[in-house]
Ligand binder design. Structure first.
Ligand code: MF3
Ligand code: CO
Ligand code: CO
Length: 276
């Protein structure tokens, strides 16, 4: 049995209850997500061959500092950075390092700023220099997958509708959907119930109700879906070393659909590619 609970009455930890947030809460969540989106916008011009991901992470930490906020990932379960930066065959939780970006690298930058206690969680793909066709295609497909997942969010639908919509697009393009990581409830907690699967059937999972807030963050591979975690305990890579891409938005369920909190305020939803 799923228990839905007014967010105000919920204890400050993940108890498995589904929180129902108020419209005021939605506004606060949007403010947090918009700061994250502005940082994802601002970092765009730094992404080019030669830049190290440590430099990108430092920019993100400073951006937060300048706005009086901290990144939720810093010291989260021992994670030591202000962002996750996942290049090429890295699926997610890539650790910033001193390795410079190379021409044609595709990378996901994932940021969560905490603003007044609200977790603005979003990520996008970026391209350093000129991408290969296959990489560019994967980035476009992955963004299409996220948007199809978002289109499936409305009261009365089951959570499985999100994964079903994502899989439909990915499989039509002969790509695979990573199953080892999922989206999550978000808001006053970073990772809360429910889990948001990026695969499955439309009639599976709990029913969506107005007031729910969660992320959708599909990871799509050009090859097989299987991942492994490197010795650092964080970095997830594709087992077959095929390219992987990811986009993430935080969304709230409304009376007739959903509100996307983390859209770019200047329209930088995905990198410019030849497919437009
Ligand atoms: N931001 C990631 C997400 O979308 C979580 C990163 S947790 C970390 O849920 F510890 F790896 F940073
Ligand atoms: Co997330
Ligand atoms: Co994230």
């Amino acid at each position: 049995m799923t228990t839905y609970l007014a967010a105000n009455d919920a204890p400050p930890r993940n108890t498995g209850h589904i929180k129902i947030y108020s419209l005021e809460d939605f506004d606060a969540m949007e403010a947090a997500c918009q700061l994250t989106a502005k940082c994802l916008d601002a970092v765009t011009e730094l992404v080019r061959p030669g830049t190290t991901t440590r430099e990108l992470d430092r920019f993100i930490r400073n951006f937060g500092h300048d706005h009086g906020v901290v990144p939720a990932t810093l010291n989260y379960r021992g994670y030591p950075h202000s962002s996750c930066i996942s290049i090429n065959h890295v699926v997610c939780h890539g650790m910033p390092s001193d390795k410079p970006l190379k021409n044609g690298d595709i990378l996901n930058i994932d940021i969560t700023f905490i603003v007044d206690g609200w977790h603005g969680d979003s990520s996008r793909m970026y391209i350093a220099g000129t991408p290969k066709r296959a990489a560019e295609r994967l980035v476009d497909i992955t963004h299409d997958c996220l948007m199809a997942g978002i289109d499936a969010v409305k009261p009365g639908n089951h959570m499985g509708a999100i994964g079903a919509a994502i899989e439909r697009i990915a499989h039509a393009e002969r790509c695979s959907v990573v199953r080892d990581f999922c989206g999550h409830g978000v808001g006053t907690l970073f990772h809360d119930a429910p889990n948001v699967l990026h695969y499955g059937r439309a009639d599976e999972g709990i029913e969506m109700k107005p007031g729910m807030i969660f992320t959708i963050e599909p990871m799509i591979n050009l090859g097989k879906p299987h991942v492994k975690i490197l010795r650092d305990g964080w970095t997830a890579v594709t087992r077959d070393r095929s390219l992987s891409a990811q986009f993430e938005h935080s969304v709230g369920v409304t009376e007739d659909g959903c509100r996307v909190f983390s859209f770019s305020p200047i329209g930088l939803h995905k990198p410019l590619t030849s497919n437009g």
